[in-house]
Design a protein around this ligand. Structure first.
Ligand SMILES: [Zn+2]
Length: 335
């Protein structure tokens, strides 16, 4: 543990989180730099409050090159009316705002990966300061937390909403109920490669009901994936009793990532030839993809084999692959 009390966050909100009605404002983070000596990073946010009730904290742009979340949340922020809300909705469409503006996964200022920066630090980098503000100021206000992700520029996913297996089974059940309400075409019991420093973990350790998504990828959004995000966030707010109206039911198929065998990594670099597309069935030992050495013709490609049976749920997006890249992720259909 820390041997000294943490200093206050340098971030100041331009909204009052306890005020009734709709407020559009910013989280203002002082950032002194060459082109603005006393400048700030201005992270847009909207707070909608109406009376007593639960608080939902909604975030996109945790990674700056993932777009379904920001699309759904900029849209929700401009359309959500206080009279349709019971409780409070806090909307931050682009959490790692410098990364979002640069269209990159990590911050253009400090290269910080927001989802590896928790609990953050009030005297750290810009990314760590944003993480610290969420850790100590925003997460404690929330009952339910929805953090949108997609594959970004280097991965592409089947569109799914997800929650984690948790030690607290009551907390876990509430999260999976919201995943079900979200109504993405696929719903996932999600395993992380490395959960340390994640916003997910911070929220779950605080006892919050946390759900996330992977809704596509390749550094863009489609009409279909943006539509899934918009319907999903409205459904989650309705299921939580925060937004008026009935959940718009949608068929979903449940998937499970049972263990680390679901991930396949490249052991060499080169030209990637996919042999399966997203949503296709794969058997143990099947060749998921070939990697051709790019330096010469006539050389045999490296085969990347599946280590379990499952549905191809995620794949490497760019046409060239590097050693260590995640080539594919498999998941098993539940029930
Ligand atoms: Zn992400």
């Amino acid at each position: 543990m820390l041997d000294r009390p943490l200093r206050p966050s340098p971030i100041s909100p331009t909204v009052d989180f306890s005020a009734e009605g709709v407020q559009h404002g910013f989280l203002r983070l002082p950032y002194s730099r060459d082109d603005s000596a006393w400048g700030s990073v201005m992270i847009p946010l909207t707070v909608v409050k109406n009376g007593e009730g639960p608080t939902a904290l909604l975030t996109g742009g945790n990674h700056g090159d993932e777009y379904e979340g920001p699309i759904a949340l900029f849209d929700l922020a401009r359309t959500l009316k206080a009279e349709d809300v019971t409780g409070r909705v806090i909307i931050v469409p682009a959490m790692n705002y410098p990364a979002f503006l640069a269209g990159t996964r990590t911050s253009s200022i400090d290269k910080g990966n927001m989802n590896r920066s928790f609990p953050g630090a009030p005297d750290g980098t810009v990314t760590q300061k944003i993480a610290d503000y969420f850790q100590r100021e925003l997460l404690p206000l929330a009952d339910i937390v929805l953090d949108f992700h997609s594959g970004g520029r280097t991965l592409d996913f089947l569109p799914f909403c997800a929650a984690h297996i948790l030690p607290d089974k009551a907390q876990e059940a509430k999260a999976f109920d919201l995943v079900s309400a979200f109504g993405a075409p696929w719903s996932m019991k999600m395993l992380e490669i490395d959960a340390v420093g994640m916003y997910d973990t911070a929220a779950e350790e605080m006892g919050k009901v946390f759900i996330t998504t992977e809704l596509g990828g390749g550094g863009t959004a489609t009409a279909k994936s943006a539509g899934i995000a918009k319907r999903g966030v409205a459904n989650v707010l309705k299921a939580a009793g925060i937004l008026k109206g009935a959940v718009e039911a949608a068929a979903t198929t449940w998937l499970d990532m049972p263990d680390g065998n679901c991930f396949s990594f490249a052991e060499d670099g080169g030209l990637l030839e996919p042999l399966f597309d997203l949503g296709e069935k794969v058997g143990t030992g099947d060749v998921l993809a070939r990697i051709y050495p790019a330096g010469r013709t006539g050389a045999e490609p490296l085969e990347v084999k599946a280590r379990m049976d499952g549905i191809l749920t995620a794949r490497h997006f760019p046409g060239l692959v590097k050693p260590g890249d995640c080539v594919g992720v498999l998941a098993t259909v539940v029930g």
